[in-house]
Design a protein around this ligand. Structure first.
Ligand code: NAP
Length: 177
């Protein structure tokens, strides 16, 4: 039996997430594309994707969306965490709340989304989580501390998650970056 795989893509209204959502759709996935921009969500709908308005920092909304997908399809097969704040800059020029928002978006949010989809993936015994960190994890660009610190923290989180899952019976391939 050929069961359609289900993908949840955050940041599907722009950039890498949008391109990934369309690519997965073209490859036969049932794609839930999430974001906030209503025009971009309409454009996803017009191309046959399941578009969902979602602020990824709203934990209850994340829980509700994953619960909806789990109820309708059993589990999310592929989670693509592409929502992000394209923020660069010198640390001293950022307010504490801007720095906090970057850690929220690039560490807490992907952690929360992974937490939400993992039970369904474990029950199914398979699943893929794709995160985007930054090439500069291996290099240093001066002035990018406010971006590199949170994305680096999450890249480390991914690594630990991948090792943990490789060691567990429900083996889940976690794609790093
Ligand atoms: N492009 C690069 O060179 C690069 C390099 C390193 C890492 N990355 C990472 O790769 C990912 C994608 O990058 P990109 O360049 O494609 O980004 P982008 O074009 O700026 O898109 C960012 C996406 O995040 C969504 N988003 C932001 N805040 C959100 C929120 N609170 N709730 C829901 N969605 C939210 C936006 O959707 P709405 O506007 O609809 O809310 C948008 O779809 C990001 O995590 C970025 O940090 C990118």
């Amino acid at each position: 039996m050929n069961v359609q795989k289900v993908a949840l893509v955050t940041g599907a209204t722009s950039g890498i997430g949008q391109a990934t959502a369309h690519r997965l759709h073209a490859r036969g996935y049932l794609v839930y594309g999430a974001g906030r921009n209503p025009e971009a969500l309409d454009a996803l709908r017009a191309r046959g994707l399941q578009a969902r308005s979602l602020d990824v920092t709203d934990e209850d909304a994340v829980t509700r969306l994953v619960a909806e997908i789990d109820a309708d399809h059993g589990a999310v097969d592929v989670l693509v965490n592409s929502a992000g704040i394209p923020e660069r800059g010198v640390l001293e020029q950022k307010t504490p709340s801007e720095v906090r928002a970057l850690f929220e978006m690039h560490v807490v949010v992907p952690l929360r989304l992974s937490q939400a989809v993992l039970p369904g993936m474990r029950t199914r015994g398979t699943g893929t989580i794709v995160d985007f960190a930054d090439l500069t994890q291996d290099q240093v660009f001066l002035g990018d501390l406010v971006f590199e610190a949170p994305t680096g923290a999450w890249a480390r989180g991914d690594y630990v998650l991948a090792i943990h899952n490789a060691a567990s019976t429900a083996r889940l391939p976690i794609v790093l970056r």
